[in-house]
Design a protein around this ligand. Sequence first.
Ligand SMILES: NC(=O)c1ccc[n+]([C@@H]2O[C@H](COP(=O)([O-])OP(=O)(O)OC[C@H]3O[C@@H](n4cnc5c(N)ncnc54)[C@H](O)[C@@H]3O)[C@@H](O)[C@H]2O)c1
Length: 371
Amino acid sequence: MTDGAECVRVDLGPRSYDVRIGAGLLARAGAEIAPLLARPRVAVLTDETVARLHLEALRDGLGGIAMTSLALPAGEATKGWPEFSRAVDWLLAGKVERRDIVVAFGGGVIGDLAGFAAAVLRRGVRFVQIPTTLLAQVDSSVGGKTGINSVHGKNLIGAFHQPSLVLADIAVLETLPARDFLSGYGEVVKYGLLGDAAFFDWLEANGPVLARGDRAARQAAVRRSVAMKARIVERDETEEGDRALLNLGHTFCHALEKATGYSARLLHGEGVAIGCTLAFELSQRLGLCSQEAPSRVRAHLRAMGMKVDLSDIPGELPGAEALMSLMAQDKKVVDGRLRFILARGIGEALVADDVPGDAVLRLLEGALAGR
Ligand SMILES: NC(=O)c1ccc[n+]([C@@H]2O[C@H](COP(=O)([O-])OP(=O)(O)OC[C@H]3O[C@@H](n4cnc5c(N)ncnc54)[C@H](O)[C@@H]3O)[C@@H](O)[C@H]2O)c1
């Protein structure tokens, strides 16, 4: 039963695809994927946690479509060359051909790695995303950014490769640990903050029931997030301009993730939430928005039980200067100037290419002093 599944179309000419969103999509994965197949078989890349919880349900849902699968270790450390080459070699050993479909079944780690594997396998095969975390459903499974991490930083190796279909089964989120769910919620809030003030109002009212498991609220939040991402990606598929708005909070987040060694001290969406708070505070200090905006951001994140401040990150952090230099290594640096996504208010983000370094330094000094 799909229980009222909805569909968001990502309109990219010959690379267009549907994102289907609803509870129970796993059970009808076969019917959804069959129209894409040249022959009735798929190769599934997943992680060990998702495999244990949901792989049999996917196998059942695929019905008459034969499935082979490779389960990689769960976690960000998988998103590097060793597991990537293992995955590509497994696909080649399984004789996955140009017209076949690779399925990415997991969170953002598996989606990014499997999408990149599909992008380079035999110079490109199609792939289907079946995202199983909130973060992957609202963000990483849509838009075609695929890739892996390097010793030089996150996501530095990759390709734009759009999926052929995305199946976001809301029911699968019910096995997600609360912390991972809330981490994904950081990206949901980001959409309200960057371009949809009414959505942020809605989240203030509905966030708590959504976190407690209300399927209708979850589906509405995923649909609205995906729709916003789809419209931005349609305008700017390869991030020449507007797509950068999706990086609200991310320059701070990437520095903090690097400072905490991409460890369990800070999950990606938690870093995004802290980064959004910092971006709004910076916007207020630069006179772009009123004090009310950062206060509302902070109040909502606190009400949801999320990380908000640098003091919410356990353990030591480097000083403000060191955090600045980590930001300068971020790939969004253009000609040595720091690019930030700032805001004129809730729902009104903008790309600022020339942010004065000393304002950022003072902001970080203040934030660290609050620890
Ligand atoms: N491509 C993009 O546009 C994009 C956008 C945002 C983030 N990302 C990437 O996404 C990654 C983070 O994604 P993530 O937060 O999904 O992390 P993840 O893939 O590591 O998943 C988080 C944890 O949840 C587990 N899990 C997944 N689904 C589950 C389920 N239904 N029930 C129980 N446990 C489950 C996983 O095994 C893992 O331990 C980062 O590498 C980030 O760079 C990519």
